[in-house]
Each structure stands twice: as C-alpha cells, then as structure tokens.
Design a protein around this ligand. Structure first.
Ligand code: HAM
Length: 430
C-alpha cells in the first residue's frame, strides 16, 4: 500500500494550539475592554468582499492589491477577494447600512483574520490577525490623538511598554500634489543612483520611494525634499494640533518624514507603532499602523465622511508578549475532581457532573480512565481541592466518598447530600 501524504497547514498559516489560547484570550479581552473604555462599538464584516472594494479603496498600484491579495472568481462568476485588511470592509458596511445616521463621530472596532500573499518570515504570515479601531465623522485632530491614545492604552493593558510612535503628515490632495512633483523632480535628477524598483515606483506611486529598503537608495532618501515643507496651512495646522494633543498626553513621538504607508486611502496624519528588538543592528518591529482617510467613504460611493483609524497585528503582539514574559491568566484549578470506578459509577457520574455544574461547583473528570490511582494523580496535578470518589460499592449504595486532597481526610456521604456537603466544605476552605 502506498504511504499517504501527510497534509500540512498551508504555507504562511499556522494553528493556534490550546497552550497558546491564553494569549489570544488576553488580546481579545484587552481589545474589548479598550473599546468599551473609549466608546467603540463592535462590527464584524465578512472575510470575503468584492475585489473592486480593495482595488478602489486601498489602491490598484499598491503592493497589497497588486501582489498580495487572494483573489478568486466564484462558480457564480463573482470576483471576490479575502480581505487583506479591515478598513475598506468597515467603510463599505458604514455606507451600506447608512451608519452615518447614528451619532457622529461613530467609533467602530473589530478583530479577526486578514490575508496577504506575502513571503512568510518571522512576524509575517499569509493569514494573520488584526485588532482594528476606526472613527468616522470628524476631521478634528483630537480624534487623531485619541486613536493613538487608544493604541497605547491597549498595548499597556497587554503589558507591552516602550512603544515608539512614528508620525508624519502626508497632506491633502492639493499639497501632496506639489510635494509629489518636487519629489519626482529630485529623483529624476538622481535617476542614475536609484534602484530599479524605485524607477517603477516613481511612475506608479512616487511617495513609496521614501519607503525603499534598498541600500543604494538610502542616501537619496536622506537628501529628498520632506512633505512637511509642502503642507498647506490647513494640513500644517491639523498636524500641529495633533502633536500638541500628543504632548498633552505625554506620548512621545518621532517625526518621520519618510513614513508614507502602503495604502492609498490616507491623507494628513499617518502613524506607526514600533517596539525595539534585542540584538545588534535589529530594527524595531512594527506592531501596528494607521492614519486619517477623509476621502475613502466618498471614493466608495458614500457621502463625504472624514475618518481616522488604526490596526495592530496580533501575531507580532503575541510574539513580543512571549519574548518579554508578559503575564497571561492561568487556567483556574477545579474545585472538585470526580473519580469513578466501574460502569455503574460512570453512568451515575455523568449525571452527577451536570448536577455539580448546575450548582456552580467547578469540576473536572477523567471518565475514560479506569484506575483510581491514575485519576487521583490527575486530580493532584490539576490542584483540585476535593476528590469525589465514586467506587463500585458507592455506586451500588448511592453514596460517595468526599476526600480533601491536602489532608487526605475522607468521609462517605449519601449521594443525595453530596452537593450540600461539598458546598459547605468549599466555603470553609476559601
Ligand atoms: P497595515 O500597516 O497594513 O495597516 O497593518 C497593520 C499591522 O498589521 C502591521 O503593523 C502588522 O503588525 C500587522 N500585519 C499586517 N500584515 C501582516 C502580515 N502579513 N503578517 C503579520 N502581521 C501583519 C492596515 O492594515 C490598515 N488597515 C490600518 C488602518 C486602519 N488604517 C486606518 N484604519
């Protein structure tokens, strides 16, 4: 017989095993608490959307849409894609359900998987997860500062400190046009010194040249004109106001004139959150990013609605939690471990287990084990306070043994009084 191929998880994806769930619980709980603290409402959108949504929203020339999207045509000939991020889907839902009629600004949040066909490496997956916060309905810079505050609040709840905030303003349509021209002129003058990719970027999406990692281009980037010098008065004022609010919040920031972000919907403030990495020459890791996107809702066919938001990468956060030994809640020990011997005890045990649960007694069992010794060992390992032993004789007599695990003291009680007796013992033991 030929050996069957062992099927493995697809490249760039992974299983979240039971031992890692405590980290995920902590992320979900902290996100939920942060959302409640700052008045965000939960929204869940599908993992599949029309390709057109991302092409229009994120931008056709972006790496995400051009190279990284999982796109497919369904049997019904619909052109769909797995979401590579949350913002475009949430914006679509905002328009589709007329959410602008709810009090503005409207704050929405979500958590779940995103899909990008990237080259997998440490901290980079094809299916990863984001916690996402969005605010719709106001251009006020106070909201840009607040959304940054939200990210810091959330990361602090998780137990991560030393977050480095990078911030820049990429202006509005008008002032960005002037800047783009200055940048392109400068790059043309230096055309011989730049990498091949930047030559393409210059034609398709000039601002992205500032993001180039190629060594050859670093010197050119360092001397390039900077966006803040080209901001119009309104954008300059908006940027300044944001920074003033951040000062007030005592959030320090690094003015990063090269920060442009890889999604086309942004205008004015863009920001990223980094955490330092141990080891010589190791670059800080981006935990999340976001910015303002005042034109997206209109671009998608809704009425003009300014917005600002951010997303944080769950895998990277969990990676840092592990590295830094962040505390995650351990599973609480059961109050009672129910042991049994023989078929009759097993039968009655199944029912008793439910009765204990109904009486809010936390309980564990190992019904498929037949050795009392092995079951006691497990009860001890799980640090149960009390062992309830249902032997063959007890099952016949409708009695049960209550044994205190610490002292080994035990007594036989009628089954009908077991719960009452247990409750008394557990209260005394607290
Ligand atoms: P983004 O910068 O593309 O922004 O993603 C945010 C974060 O998601 C990244 O900083 C990173 O931590 C995580 N992330 C992204 N791709 C991967 C991947 N392949 N593997 C692991 N982690 C990843 C956005 O997605 C925007 N939608 C943020 C936003 C919300 N802007 C406005 N509102």
């Amino acid at each position: 017989m030929s050996k069957k191929k062992i099927i493995q998880v697809p490249k760039g994806t992974y299983d979240i095993l039971p031992q890692d769930q405590a980290y995920w619980d902590k992320i979900r709980k902290s996100a939920q608490d942060t959302a409640a603290d700052f008045g965000f409402l939960r929204i869940d959108t599908p993992m599949i959307e029309e390709q057109e949504l991302f092409a229009r929203g994120i931008g056709l020339g972006t790496d995400i849409v051009e190279k990284e999207m999982y796109s497919f045509t369904t049997r019904g000939k619909d052109k769909l894609a797995l979401r590579p991020e949350f913002t475009a889907g949430i914006a679509r839902a905002f328009i589709e359900h007329g959410l602008f009629s709810i009090a503005q600004p409207l704050k929405l949040w979500s958590v779940g998987p995103i899909f990008r066909y990237e080259q997998p490496q440490a901290g980079r997956y094809r299916q990863s997860h984001q916690v996402d916060f969005e605010v719709f309905g106001s251009t006020d810079a106070v909201l840009d500062a607040q959304i940054i505050q939200v990210a810091f609040w959330f990361l602090k709840k998780i137990g991560l400190k030393d977050i480095i905030l990078h911030i820049n303003s990429i202006g509005c349509k008008d002032c960005r046009g002037l800047y783009r021209k200055a940048l392109v002129d400068y790059y043309r003058r230096n055309a011989k010194k730049i990498c091949a990719d930047c030559k393409v970027r210059l034609k398709k999406n000039p601002l992205r040249v500032l993001d180039c990692k190629n060594e050859k281009c670093q010197e050119i980037i360092a001397q390039a004109p900077v966006m803040v010098d080209y901001l119009c008065d309104d954008c300059k004022e908006h940027f300044k106001e944001t920074l003033d609010y951040l000062d007030e919040l005592e959030i320090s920031y690094y003015l990063d004139s090269h920060l442009v972000r890889g999604l086309d919907y942004y205008n004015r403030n863009v920001f990223e959150f980094f955490i330092s990495q141990e080891g010589e020459g190791k670059k800080p890791l981006a935990l999340g990013g976001g910015g303002r996107y005042d034109g997206l809702i209109k671009l998608l066919g809704g009425k003009e609605t300014p917005a600002v938001g951010l997303a944080l990468g769950v895998e990277r956060i969990i990676g840092e939690m592990k590295k830094r030994g962040a505390k995650v809640p351990e599973k609480a020990a059961p109050e009672v471990f129910l042991l049994q011997l023989g078929v009759l005890a097993k039968r009655k045990g199944l029912k008793l287990y439910e009765e204990l649960l109904r009486n809010k007694i936390s309980v564990a069992e190992s019904f498929s084990r037949d050795s009392i010794k092995a079951q006691l060992k497990l009860a001890d390992k799980m640090q149960a306070k009390i062992a309830l032993i249902f032997g063959q004789q007890e099952a016949l007599d409708d009695t049960i043994i209550i044994r205190e695990m610490d002292s080994g003291v035990q007594e036989i009680v009628p089954l009908s009084r077991a719960v009452k007796k247990l409750k008394k013992k557990l209260v005394r033991g607290k």
